[in-house]
Design a binder for this molecule. Structure first.
Ligand code: MOS
Length: 736
């Protein structure tokens, strides 16, 4: 309440209350080192549209003449299609077409003389089956229900060959991928001869993104070489390129619209076979086709975090100085395409350690291809490394934070480059204070609270901070409205809100005078929303465009200080003034190591008889540079904690290896955290600008919000119970 009153006393904030789209601005966001500015706590600029249902998602466009597609998946995991019977389906009411590899027109971009041995799955290309659930037919009908019914009538027989879907029993088939070379610094396996050492294996199972919004596309051909799609995607420009390439039309002839995305977490980073199938069917029928994946389809069609085995060895001197780290990982991939991620990279640079070696292998299985999932690689790697660091802290009898501070890296240990900024030590202190770390006992299983075992755990995370290129148009209208335009999508973090914030601060105008247009391939180019790079990249481009626009106003106004933009436009008899600015990082990119850092703290309660786990308190603190948008940044961190909780305690896609088929491809059997599983999550930011990375000082936080959370929970459970669980998820049966 005190904060609210303080906020109300701020004249600028009172003014913001009057704006049309800023809902009551009651900010209880915890921010350190930041004075209240005119955009502090700006609510989501699209919040009202979202909560009133006015925000339109891909499946919701009422395109004239729509017909509906439903996919049919294979029921075997490996082999070839012997026969496929589509007659019954074709005769069902309302059915317009049943596409299979036998009758589908050839997709021009698929027809290559010497196809590479591996690559993205080509839908309806031939009779080959690579995984159970692989789409073998697309039924299109005049209604969704009729298409769904007809899809149930498609049947196929197969020439079945023996499949492999289990990583554990296929570890000996591991191969080194072309990306991700073995890494050796100093002496290999130096940990083995250290006075204190631990050596353990860790497993994370397959986890599926499962955003709330199902993947959906509406595809329409407007001419022989012109396509429009309303598509769930993290990158309208990359979807435009992929569809253009597949159908051999000029990229500018493919219009991709994706203004709202209901979560994606990496699952919509690329264009998947179902999207190509919808565009193909629209061509065949010369009608707009809508294809929405079912929840079950979502488990086999849009990637996942791959099942990964890891082994970590860490050695230290008796006083806790690291001697050596060895980190090995083997992850699963598909038989048709390799997916690699930086699982072991975190061990190369998280701590100052003279001897580090890492190794990464893949095993090809009869499964669909994995794809990045929030904190790709690092989230998996951090579970192993940060669990192992915790194990080492007990072996040394040193506080886990103290152990980390003893081995703090002031420069990047993998290449000796300076960091553009690193305030991780501030984040340790901030979070430790907020969780009440001083109440923690170093003796596992020694504290009870109302009959439950209580424990504290922490773990750190890091992820590369990037700035790539983006182009932004900034247009000041005669009525004082500023319109910003760029192609970027917002998959949920609040990009529009952050961009409006940057523009408001740069232009010195109220946020409600600013409109940010996005999610449209016809707008100036922006990168795909992924890899925690959008606030840094597009935020800098917005900043640069606004600065350029200000300059233009200044020139117009004869170099006098020009802040009354409408006045200048009026004087000059102009209805608008605009600039389009391309913006990207410079040579600093090569000179510095750039990372965002997070620390996650968990207090957990474990019931001694039943093994039931309750997260009592969760605190995340982060160094992500300048915090641009306080409320959405906080939400991002909370979301990351929730996702990490799923990873730690619940999520596991289970394959019945006899059939190579997923058995829990639904929300009844694949568990994700619900409201009752999550306590009040507190998020804190060091909030010091990175002076190097870009003009706005922001680094990015999409990935670090999740990276380290699972280890922090596992570490808290150990502290509470004395039981170390190294294979996720940590379900109650593993504790009793
Ligand atoms: Mo994210 S895994 O960069 O969408």
């Amino acid at each position: 309440m005190k904060q609210i009153l303080q906020a109300l006393q701020d004249a600028k904030l009172v003014q913001l209350f009057k704006s049309s789209f800023i809902l009551p601005l009651i900010s209880t966001i915890s921010m350190e080192n930041k004075t209240i500015s005119n955009t502090e706590g700006l609510s989501r600029v699209d919040g009202r549209l979202k909560v009133t249902g006015k925000a339109k998602y891909s499946a919701e466009y009422n395109v004239q003449g729509l017909v509906y597609g439903v996919l049919v998946g294979s029921t075997v995991a490996k082999g070839s299609i012997k026969a496929i019977d589509t007659k019954k389906a074709e005769g069902a009411p309302g059915v317009l077409s049943v596409l299979t590899y036998l009758n589908a027109p050839k997709i021009p971009g698929y027809q290559v003389d010497n196809p590479p041995p591996k690559g993205p799955l080509k839908i309806f290309y031939n009779d080959q089956i690579y995984f159970n659930g692989q789409p073998i037919a697309l039924v299109v009908a005049d209604t969704f229900e009729r298409a769904l019914f007809a899809a149930s009538l498609v049947s196929a027989t197969y020439n079945v060959t023996a499949h492999q879907t289990e990583l554990k029993t296929n570890m000996s088939n591991g191969f080194a991928p072309s990306k991700g070379k073995d890494y050796v610094k100093g002496q290999e396996d130096a940990y083995k001869s250290a006075p204190i050492k631990i050596e353990q294996e860790y497993i994370i199972p397959t986890e599926v993104h499962n955003p709330m919004e199902l993947h959906a596309i509406i595809a329409r051909w407007d001419a022989d070489d012109k396509i429009t799609v309303w598509d769930k995607t993290q990158g309208v420009k990359s979807t435009q390129r992929t569809i253009a390439q597949a159908f051999k039309v000029p990229p500018e002839n493919v219009q991709v619209t994706s203004p709202f995305v209901g979560g994606a977490f990496g699952a919509a980073l690329r264009t998947w076979p179902h999207e190509i199938a919808a565009v193909l069917a629209a061509k065949v029928l010369n009608k707009p086709v809508k294809l929405v994946l079912s929840r079950a389809d979502m488990f086999t069609s849009v990637g996942y975090r791959p099942y990964t085995w890891q082994k970590v060895g860490i050695g230290a001197t008796a006083d806790g100085k690291l001697v050596g780290i060895t980190h090995e990982a083997t992850g699963q991939t598909s038989a048709y395409e390799d997916f690699t991620e930086g699982v072991v990279n975190i061990s190369q640079l998280m701590y100052a350690c003279p001897n580090v070696n890492t190794k990464y292998r893949l095993v090809s299985l009869n499964v669909n291809v994995p794809t990045p999932m929030r904190g790709p690689g690092e989230a998996t790697g951090a579970f192993a490394l940060e669990s192992a660091m915790d194990e080492l802290s007990y072996a040394l009898n040193i506080d886990p934070i103290e152990l980390r501070l003893k081995n703090y890296a002031d420069t990047d240990p993998s290449n000796n480059k300076p960091y553009s900024s690193k305030f991780l030590s501030d984040a340790y202190k901030l979070g430790a204070d907020k969780i009440g770390w001083s109440n923690r006992s170093q003796q596992p299983g020694s504290v009870t609270q109302n009959g439950w075992l209580a424990g504290y755990g922490m773990a750190a995370g890091m992820f590369g901070a990037h700035r790539s290129s983006a182009t932004v148009t900034a247009r000041m209208m005669a009525d004082g409205t500023l319109i910003l335009q760029t192609a970027v999508t917002d998959i949920g973090p609040g990009t529009g809100t952050a961009m409006v914030t940057v523009a408001a601060e740069t232009m010195g105008i109220p946020a409600d005078k600013i409109r940010f247009d996005m999610g449209d391939s016809s707008l100036p180019p922006s990168p795909t929303q992924g890899g925690s790079q959008i606030t840094s990249t597009v935020g800098s481009a917005v900043h640069d465009a606004c600065e350029a626009l200000k300059e233009k106003f200044k020139t117009l106004a004869g170099n006098s200080s020009a802040t009354d933009y409408t006045q200048i436009l009026k004087q000059q008899n102009l209805d608008k003034l605009e600039v389009t600015t391309a913006s990207k990082g410079g040579e600093e990119q090569g000179k510095y190591s750039m990372y965002s850092w997070s620390v996650h703290f968990i207090k957990v309660l474990v019931h001694p008889a039943t093994g039931v786990i309750k997260i009592d308190k969760a605190v995340s603190s982060a160094d992500a540079g300048t915090i641009i948008s306080a409320k959405t940044a906080r939400s991002q961190m909370i979301g990351g904690t929730i996702m990490g909780t799923g990873m730690a305690l619940m999520e596991e896609a289970v394959i019945d290896h006899r059939y190579g088929r997923l058995v829990n491809n639904n929300f009844a059997d694949y568990h994700v955290p619900v409201q009752a599983d999550i306590p009040l999550v507190e998020a804190y930011f060091v909030n010091k600008p990175d002076p190097i990375i870009n003009p706005i000082g922001a680094k990015g936080m999409g990935e670090i919000a999740t990276i380290g959370v699972a280890a922090a929970i596992a570490n808290a459970i150990y502290n509470a119970t004395g039981k170390r669980v190294r294979d996720l998820p940590i379900t109650p049966d593993k504790l009793i």
